[in-house]
Write a protein that binds this ligand. Structure first.
Ligand code: FES
Length: 373
């Protein structure tokens, strides 16, 4: 795909920057949605490179920076990068597995101006956490880390990627979030991109479990209003309408990969023919406003007629480009999750088949050398 789809709508500045500082990670989660080909340590932007990106982000109008990975704490310069965020007036959110940050380092991050911590849990107990993360002792480390976060008065969000192996623990995750003193719990159903796609047959939850989980969440949302905010949406493949992926392509968020590529979403590299610009050669502003990849699917003009006459067009923007490509072979199609899509039945059949499989996890491993295993 070499042509750029023009849009006559004005392009707003991005509100958020997802800074994928590194792909290195101590966990081996089968639901990892990072690309199958991870970027290596020696390809990562250096400290000065990331600091320049952060300064440019602030000048561009970005308000929030999500320091992510992989595990961002694998970067020795994390404190310096948080300091830069604070200096530039950027709200910093650290997205971490919480298994490798010592209390001393957390104190330094806090002192540097860290605003928020988002901590992932793979299970609500030791057994499930170890089974999903592939790391012994991870659950206890995460709980201890959450305690340190709260001790310093930092706001805490617990994030759970929900799938077949932990969907029975929804109630336990809610209790866990309350016990750890979190303000927010995000129950995000697995998205089948990157490595996670290989594990779809092991991750896809069964319909009955999805319905039970949704009822549990609904009841807890009402019960815990004002005490714990719970974010949860119907898992994609079971929905009738698509998610407004990224709140629209090139509308709110810019992702920068460890090596400096600017992406409109974390799975954008699965779309063949898109040209991504690197922050090594271009300013962040140029990447956002002028790079071919960002302009490829801005607006909704490229969507089929069914979308153009649909009253949900401005709500879901036709859904996810990466999912449209994956299922229909055409990134310009409406997301096949939509009940009006000619591929909707196909996705339902596929969901039923995948949920009925009994496959073991293919764990994600990042070898000690920093090379993907
Ligand atoms: Fe790429 Fe949804 S993940 S547009």
């Amino acid at each position: 795909m070499s042509d750029v789809v023009p849009t006559n709508r004005p392009v707003p500045p991005p509100m958020g920057l997802l800074a994928e500082l590194t792909h290195r990670c101590p966990l081996q989660c089968p639901y990892c949605s990072n690309p199958v080909e991870l970027e290596r340590r020696n390809e990562e932007l250096d400290t000065a490179g990331w600091q320049r990106v952060l300064r440019e982000a602030a000048a561009l109008g970005v308000l929030q920076v999500h320091l992510s990975g992989g595990e961002p704490a694998a970067r020795p310069d994390l404190v310096e990068l948080v300091e830069t965020c604070a200096r530039e007036g950027l709200y910093s959110n650290l997205i971490t597995a919480g298994v490798s940050i010592t209390p001393e380092r957390l104190t330094a991050l806090d002192a540097a101006g860290l605003d928020h911590v988002q901590l992932s849990f793979q299970g609500a107990d030791d057994t499930v956490t170890e089974h999903v993360s592939g790391m012994r002792g991870a659950f206890d480390k995460k709980c201890a880390f959450a305690g340190e976060v709260r001790k310093r008065g930092l706001p805490l969000t617990i994030n759970v990627v929900v799938h077949r192996a932990n969907i029975h623990q929804i109630e336990d995750f809610i209790d866990l979030a309350l016990n750890l003193g979190a303000e927010r719990l995000e129950l995000a159903h697995a998205q089948y991109y990157g490595w996670a796609l290989h594990n779809r047959g092991a991750l896809m939850p069964r319909r009955a479990d999805v319905m039970t989980a949704l009822r549990t969440v609904e009841a807890a949302q009402a019960r815990l209003k004002g005490r714990l905010a719970i974010d949860s949406v119907v898992p994609d493949y079971y929905a009738h309408f698509p998610k407004p992926c990224m709140n629209g392509w090139g509308q709110q968020t810019i992702n920068v990969t460890p090596s400096g590529l600017g992406l409109p979403c974390h799975a954008a590299q699965t779309i063949p023919g898109l040209e991504f610009w690197s922050v090594r050669e271009h300013s962040l502003s140029d990447v956002w406003y002028h790079s071919p990849a960002f302009n490829a699917f801005r607006g909704t003009d490229f969507l089929p007629d069914t979308c153009q006459s649909c009253d949900r067009l401005d709500i879901d923007h036709g859904g996810c480009r990466c999912q449209a490509l994956m299922i229909t072979g055409d990134a310009r199609q409406m997301d096949p999750v939509c009940q009006y899509s000619p591929w909707h039945e196909e996705i339902q059949t596929l969901t039923l088949e995948e949920a009925g499989r009994d496959e073991p996890f293919a764990y994600r491993r990042f070898a000690r050398t920093g090379r993907p295993a």
